[in-house]
Design a protein. Structure first.
Length: 182
């Protein structure tokens, strides 16, 4: 299932690149899956990590994911999908609200996704400084901090994982010491 999900995601994201770079987009779902695999051996959760952006960014329908990978994978992917027709603040507020009651597998998936994104932001910020914020729809680093630290607080039950600890450290590095949640 994981191999099939990787191939499906690679095809779905073919030609897409990461914001502000020429790095193939598929590197993000692959990295997300590696992070997730360090927290669970559940093949369906790892497959969902590979597929987590195909609805949101590649126009794949939830029903197609369900037909190929089953209802649990499709639900996990749908839970991680944002409605891009909404504004940034509304989308992020909805994500934070969903994380308050999300199941453990959805939280693991969210942590893998957000950690992968935050790693890129931290790397790019070290290279180009505050110009990194120009790559995003939401260019205000204070609002980015609100979102990323909000995610951190809602994933606290995962604090025993190295991925959570890395995410916490990167929040402090990227957004400042005042974002520490403990």
């Amino acid at each position: 299932m994981i191999k099939e999900a990787a191939e499906f995601a690679a095809k779905a994201h073919e030609g897409a690149v990461r914001k502000g770079s020429q790095i193939p987009y598929i590197t993000h779902p692959l990295e997300t899956a590696v992070i997730v695999s360090l927290m669970t051996e559940d093949e369906e959760v790892i497959a969902a990590a590979l597929l987590h952006d195909v609805i949101e960014d590649a126009g794949i329908k939830k029903e197609e994911i369900e037909a190929r990978f089953g209802s649990r994978v499709a639900e996990l992917v749908a839970d991680e999908t944002e409605d891009k027709s909404l504004g940034w603040m509304e989308r992020k507020a909805i994500t934070l609200k969903k994380l308050e009651t999300a199941g453990r597998e959805s939280k693991i998936l969210a942590l893998g996704d957000k950690l992968s994104n935050l790693r890129c932001t931290a790397r790019d910020r070290m290279e180009i400084g505050d110009k990194v914020w120009e790559r995003f729809r939401q260019k205000d680093p204070k609002l980015q901090a609100w979102y990323y630290t909000g995610v951190l607080k809602r994933l606290r039950e995962l604090e025993h994982f190295g991925a959570y600890q890395e995410y916490n450290a990167l929040c402090r590095l990227v957004f400042g010491e005042e974002t520490e949640t403990k």
